[in-house]
Design a protein around this ligand. Structure first.
Ligand SMILES: [Zn+2]
Length: 393
């Protein structure tokens, strides 16, 4: 659907710049990690698990003496930096998993049980935080401010319009692509043991794809989705759709309250207070009510899906025009060595590629140099890979 646009966008979203753009963007949003250790293993390796994911071996909490125990978060992806679209995918991974990390390292309760990723932490609640962060990458004002090519030129308006023209007509289809998994699983687990065999399961998958997506075989066949096959993630896929509902509700509230999201320094502190600090001690709905004053609603996601290409493009132009007029806080004037309050290590298996023990700026340079030495951006430009909204969990 968007292979050609992905190729045209590629020079503006180089893989090697992804780390810096993620960290600067989060810093300007006022997101902080409260002293956490983040360990990122981003690059492909033979035998590596293919789906991006994040895991927190050390949950954050205040101990019985009131001392802060900072969290630790590891995240992984299988990036191929010499492939077209790899820069966009790296950013999506960093914003998504970085959003999970921001959430789990900002739970400020008196026990680690509130900041760990397993139940009663709901997937919809957890994914709201990560998907809110990666949703920012779709915004025209974010692209205008961050997506520059090697010559320092900003992304042309025409490419932003083209991107909208290729993705907006499929917005509802994208949400249905989440829904199809849950409908399939629901029917699968109701199937009597005697009837369940490879043929009937496959036929059920095809029937769900036809009914919900309107195609005989989904381009991402239901049975190829790893969540279904793993005990921890089976029967949880509806969480992504619920999360997206909450994401659009949250975005709409920030838009109404402040008029913008990109580089809005109020976002990190408000999310930290209303969504992250309580952890799983309150319900997902209670966090939404706390910030937006309104219970869980599907209306905002539906509104976004129902926009025509022209409406979405008009809104994008308004965002870019408003951003050009806005006086952003001068956060770049006094760059601090560790702006996100996190120890960050970029690793490749057992090897440390880059870290911010000296400064964030030194880490960006180490990372860019390492990528430059190991991959060439000029070859391997034949595979078209669209950015999937749920290529990571
Ligand atoms: Zn996730």
């Amino acid at each position: 659907m968007s292979g050609d646009v992905t190729r045209q966008l590629d020079p503006y979203l180089p893989f090697a710049k992804g780390l810096q753009r993620w960290m600067e963007s989060f810093r300007r949003l006022g997101i902080r990690y409260r002293g956490a250790l983040l360990q990122l293993d981003l690059l492909e390796r033979k035998g590596k698990y293919q789906n991006g994911f994040c895991h927190g071996p050390v949950p954050s909490f205040f101990d019985e003496q009131g001392r802060w125990i900072a969290g630790q978060i590891n995240f992984t992806s299988e990036a191929k930096p010499d492939q077209v679209g790899s820069g966009a995918r790296a950013l999506a991974t960093l914003f998504h998993e970085g959003g999970h990390a921001a959430h789990f390292t900002n739970v400020t309760q008196n026990s680690p049980c509130f900041s760990q990723e397993y139940p009663p932490t709901s997937m919809a609640y957890a994914e709201t935080q990560s998907m809110f962060c990666d949703s920012l990458l779709e915004d025209a004002d974010w692209l205008k401010r961050y997506a520059t090519n090697d010559a320092g030129e900003a992304l042309p308006d025409e490419l932003i319009r083209l991107r909208i023209a290729t993705t907006q007509p499929f917005s509802a289809y994208a949400e249905r692509s989440l829904l199809v998994v849950s409908y399939f699983e629901s029917a699968l687990y109701r199937m009597p043991d005697a009837e369940r065999n490879p043929e009937s399961v496959l036929a059920l998958a095809r029937e769900c794809e036809q009914r919900i997506l309107g195609v005989a075989v989904s381009p991402r066949p239901v049975l190829s989705i790893p969540h279904l096959l793993n005990q921890e993630s089976a029967a949880s896929y509806h969480g992504y759709l619920l999360a997206n509902m909450a994401v659009y509700q949250t975005r709409a509230w920030f838009q109404k309250e402040f008029g913008y999201l990109t580089d809005n320094p109020a976002i990190g502190p408000l999310l930290a207070r209303h969504y992250w600090a309580p952890g799983n001690s309150v319900s997902h709905d209670a966090t939404l009510r706390s910030l937006t004053g309104e219970g869980f609603s599907a209306r905002y996601l539906a509104d976004a899906c129902n926009q025509s290409v022209d409406e979405a493009w008009k809104e994008a132009q308004q965002l870019v025009a408003a951003a050009a007029q806005r006086d952003y806080p001068a956060t770049d004037l006094n760059p601090v060595p560790d702006a996100l309050d996190a120890r960050i290590r970029i690793v490749h298996g057992a090897e440390i590629i880059a870290d911010n023990s000296t400064s964030d700026a030194a880490m960006y340079l180490q990372f860019e140099n390492w990528v430059g030495q190991h991959y060439s951006r000029t070859n391997g430009g034949h595979r078209h890979s669209a950015v999937s909204p749920n290529a990571q969990v």
